[in-house]
Design a protein around this ligand. Sequence first.
Ligand SMILES: C[S@@+](CC[C@H](N)C(=O)[O-])C[C@H]1O[C@@H](n2cnc3c(N)ncnc32)[C@H](O)[C@@H]1O
Length: 300
Amino acid sequence: MINNQHIPIMTNEILSLINGLKNLSILDCTFGGGGHSKKFLENGHNVFAIDQDKNSLKIAKKLKNDYPNIFFYKSNFKNIDLLDLNIKKFDLIFLDLGFSSNQLESEEYGLSFKINSNLNMNYLGGGLNAYKIINYYDKDALQRVFKLYGEIHQAEKLANYIVNQRSLKKISTNFELIEVLRDSEVNFRSKKIHFATQAFQALRIEANNELENLLIFLEKVHDFLKFNSHLAIISFHSLEDRIVKNYFRENKIKKNKNLTDNKNWGFEILTKKPMVASQFEVLNNNRARSAKLRIGKFIN
Ligand SMILES: C[S@@+](CC[C@H](N)C(=O)[O-])C[C@H]1O[C@@H](n2cnc3c(N)ncnc32)[C@H](O)[C@@H]1O
């Protein structure tokens, strides 16, 4: 049986972009449990879906029984230009970044601090994982990861403590890591959230190359957007949201196109501030509380 517990986020806000339209070509770059894709299919659209996860492939295959117009590509979305998509340009390109509830609940990926599993946190494939980072990165590299991706002020203290602890015994599981984090006496400044959240976030971003994937994708995405199409991106932490915000700002369409500007495309930014989920949605789906949605309309 395929475990699918993921509830799609801000679906009404996304669907409102294509309200009343039919038969559009939509690229869902983060298929996950297929929640958003299913909504697009139910509304009569053609969905090209990407996800690196093998379980997403299974879910997409099942969905195809009811909706033949879904086409799934098991890939990292940073490789969008290498896929054999039989459509060249899309009406909507959508990303719902990070990991799904299915992946969070999976012991294999070890993303949760509530489940004791082998230290991994890699949900996108590739050679790196949290075990290698924690046990083999040198002190400076560890400090960089915790500072940049966890925004932990006492990153150096934490890195030093980990280097010391692992010389006594390798840190192999999520619960062992949590114990080390607790014993480090680092001030994680996280009153409202679990104290290990920032450290887990940092390791997950590093293990999956999350920010680099997004940056590489954004470099390429304009080649896949039709005139007047939309690019909509949901992010879940400030580092990702900043990348998306800056991308739209840097590529904002200028009112009087500068002749020296060799770029003939840009975005009308539809979300000056990011949209957030309604209180009602957050009540029903706690994961929606940190979601930020930014949308640009592609003009060329
Ligand atoms: C938040 S979930 C998406 C949930 C989906 N919108 C739904 O409603 O079920 C994010 C998904 O994106 C995938 N993902 C994240 N980064 C990726 C990348 N760089 N390439 C491909 N898939 C990625 C993850 O594997 C995960 O399944």
